[in-house]
Design a protein around this ligand. Sequence first.
Ligand code: F3S
Length: 399
Amino acid sequence: MKLTAEEQDMLQGAYGRAVQKAMQILVALGTIYEAEAMVAVSSVQVAGVSYDNLGEAGLEFLEEMAGGGGKVRVLTTLNPAGMDIENWQAMGIDPVFAAQQQRVIDAFTRMGIIPTCSCTPYLFGNTPLFGEHIAWSESSAVCYANSVLGARSNREGGPSALAAAITGRTPCYGFHLEQKRYPTITFDIKVPISGTYAFGVLGKVVGDWMESCSPKPVPYLMGVSSASLEELKSLSASIATYGGAALFHIPGVTPEASCFSPPEEKIVITRDDLARAAESLNDVGEEQVDFISLGCPHLSLREVARIAELLAGRRVRKTFWITTSRPVKRIADSMGYTRVIEEAGAIFAVDTCCVVAPIKGRFRALATDSAKACFYATAKNGFKTRLLPFDRVVEEALL
Ligand code: F3S
């Protein structure tokens, strides 16, 4: 790779051990992917925050980077942790786990990372503009940033994202390059899609089709006439989970789509395709559900407000987690939404989610509107799942 003089100095250790280690990681990555040079990044989002996923080895790496003088050069936020940092006791988190999780957060904070643990950083200020080069690692957020915001990111691993934050660079390959952003396959959707649930199911259908493809195609989704922020975040999460997609285009909805014509290879998606996909994520009836969660990806303020509206004056009968970011929760506090939701008996699980929290074995079956959450509820925690539209999920908690 061709490095600038400053990048060479980083690699030689002139900026300290942590910067040197970070540049070594990036050069190794760039060499594997045949990047010709580095590109400067303006924003980073680091995944691999939950101690449940990191373990002792991951924690040691972070403490070594913090101890070696690692400091971030650009705006950097974190993916969800394994617990609500301020209210972990209410989630039933083991104190030993909580102590280790806090060490993880402390190591990140020492490096200058904003300890806002969320997969929707674009909702509260880590919001790149069109064309900005960034290094994000949460798959749903990468897909949203590329597709909806028109920013440019590969799907980074935790260490490579941290290395990008410390150096302000990332290897210039993949979605940083114009020619890799062209759509390569058309999906013609023959049925109206509406709501986070339906967009999640659509992401599963497209993702399942892409799953075995190598290299991954860039889908061009025809037939979607409009989509809200919440619907696009649901689609981004689902299509990334099931198909490994990091970029899609929707004409009339996403910003780069108008630059391209629909690719010739075309797959038609019918009502039956969507129904089959939805059915595959519904393996229990309501009587078996003992855990409800909304907020995968983390809820927007509009979604929290809707939950408050639906729960006002009512009482939930099952464990119901509301997962969102700390900044959204703070606004919900000041608007009175939190009080209404907590009076109904639901629990805010801020900074975390039903996938990264250590809850294996605690529940039998999850009800959610998120196709992504269904995938991991089964794969990681062994739960059965019930996928429902957003409002129906709230109703399920009241049964
Ligand atoms: Fe976010 Fe957790 Fe879902 S990180 S996208 S809420 S699995």
